[in-house]
Design a protein around this ligand. Structure first.
Ligand SMILES: NC(=O)c1ccc[n+]([C@@H]2O[C@H](COP(=O)([O-])OP(=O)(O)OC[C@H]3O[C@@H](n4cnc5c(N)ncnc54)[C@H](OP(=O)(O)O)[C@@H]3O)[C@@H](O)[C@H]2O)c1
Length: 421
């Protein structure tokens, strides 16, 4: 598929807040490899894409970027333009979201026109719908569609695989605790992610009926069953108040573990994800904001308010402008994974786990620094290691697609670090 196509990478939605950073990351990686960047940017507005290229060229100190990178005009609402884009690409890096509104035509066009597709969706309903509707067709075409290749959910999903691979014996459970930190300027999330969350939570009840359509049996529990924690608790592990993580990670990790268990006959790892909130004052703020969010998100009028005034309803944590450069430079994330299992020779069907492991996945600011790194490395892995991907194409989670590749080494070299404590 690769060499006859004009571009290795096409960044679709490059004029968006995240898309521009994905373009810059791709350009940095090409420079690092000393290769010409066979890359194009795509989107619905030529002028906005030209501006993006100028800004990226300036920020990278690489004026030649404007000559090296071509522009493709393509609109989600125009299937012919999407087909024309996909025919020229080995891989489309799709940054156009919320994916529940804009994602499906891109996956369809990629599958029909033989382009691999990676996205940074954190929306389980979209991700699972794509698996249901396009997995068989993608397999027939030899196309890899790999969703959630950003902060959602590469660190979590690959973190579980890393923990399993470092454990001497059979790893049966992982509890992961996410903490984020910001510098003196604080942190912020761009409007695109806020909107994805608003509509995602509004439709979360539809997930159950969607999952029934897969007709899957429950994933077998190997070893002692992992305990469920309460909705709010003080975690000794990370020394702060903690709640269950409501992003895409639990859904993505579970799908990966199902794939590894059913297709490769590996032991599935049970997984629970939590996120640190901080001290008592943060808990009070979160409870207040959470209740307001849950109430408003249920009504169309409430959703309009949330989307119109992100800053107000998120206590300044989301904005239409997104984080400043200084905020991004001062922010970081850290997943502490606590795994348990059975040492070699111990039967997981008998008795309690007799060994533990602790791993860390740490990186820079999650949304706009770590996400572009993860997305670009995912795409480069598809380009460089086709023999290590699953045997046939299909719609995959990152863990399912990249379990046998060197993605973790690549991430380690680019600032997302995996380590054992
Ligand atoms: N997984 C993660 O950790 C993570 C991190 C960051 C972002 N994200 C996700 O990435 C997505 C984008 O976020 P963002 O903050 O970058 O949003 P954004 O700034 O609003 O960017 C959206 C992009 O979509 C394009 N677009 C909208 N409608 C289109 C259409 N009909 N045809 C073609 N392009 C269209 C926009 O083009 P114009 O410029 O022409 O308007 C823009 O380039 C969201 O779903 C967000 O949740 C995920």
């Amino acid at each position: 598929m690769s060499s006859e196509r004009r571009y290795d990478l096409v960044v679709f939605g490059a004029s968006g807040f995240t898309g521009r950073f994905v373009l810059e990351e791709a350009a940095r990686c090409a420079a690092e490899a000393g290769r010409e960047l066979r890359c194009a940017v795509a989107g619905r507005s030529k002028t906005r894409l030209e501006n993006t290229l100028s800004e990226a060229a300036k920020s990278l100190g690489k004026p030649e970027l404007k000559e090296e990178v071509d522009i493709i005009v393509a609109d989600v609402n125009d299937p012919e333009s999407l087909a024309a884009m996909c025919k020229q690409a080995v891989i489309v890096l799709n940054c156009v979201g919320p994916y529940r509104f804009y994602g499906e035509p891109v996956v369809k066009a990629c599958v029909e026109n033989g382009a691999h597709c990676v996205d940074i969706s954190g929306e389980p309903q979209f991700l699972e719908t794509m698996q249901l509707n396009y997995d068989a067709q993608a397999a027939d075409k030899g196309v890899y569609v790999v969703g959630s290749c950003g902060f959602d959910s590469i660190p979590a999903d690959m973190g579980v695989l890393y923990t399993r691979d470092q454990f001497k014996g059979t790893l049966t459970a992982v509890e992961s605790f996410l903490t984020t930190s910001t510098g003196p300027e604080g942190g912020c999330i761009h409007d695109g992610t806020w909107q994805s969350a608003v509509y995602g939570f509004a439709n979360s009840s539809k997930l159950q009926s969607l999952r029934k359509k897969f007709g899957q049996k429950p994933l077998p529990v190997v070893g002692a069953k992992i305990k469920n924690r309460s909705a709010l608790f003080y975690s000794d592990e990370i020394q702060q108040y903690t709640i269950p993580f409501m992003g895409a990670d639990p859904s993505v990790v579970k799908r990966t573990q199902r794939f590894l268990s059913e297709e490769l006959h590996e032991t599935p790892v049970q997984y629970r994800a939590y996120v640190g909130v901080g001290g008592v004052s943060s808990v009070i703020k979160l409870l207040f904001a959470g209740m307001m969010f849950w109430f408003l998100v249920k009504f169309s009028f409430g959703r309009k308010l949330l989307v119109k005034f992100p800053e107000f309803f998120s206590f300044g944590y989301c904005s239409k402008e997104g984080p400043t450069q200084k905020q991004m430079e001062g922010s970081s994330f850290r997943f502490a994974n606590f795994g348990e299992g059975y040492t070699e020779g111990q039967d997981p069907s008998e008795g309690k786990p007799n060994a533990k492991i602790r791993t860390l996945v740490q990186g820079p600011e999650a949304g706009y620094v770590a996400t572009p790194i993860a997305m670009v490395q995912a795409a480069i892995t598809i380009l460089s290691e086709p023999e290590s991907l699953p045997k046939k194409g299909g719609v995959y989670t990152p863990g399912a697609a990249f379990a046998k590749t060197t993605l973790i080494d690549r991430l380690n070299k680019h600032g997302i670090h995996f380590s054992v404590i």
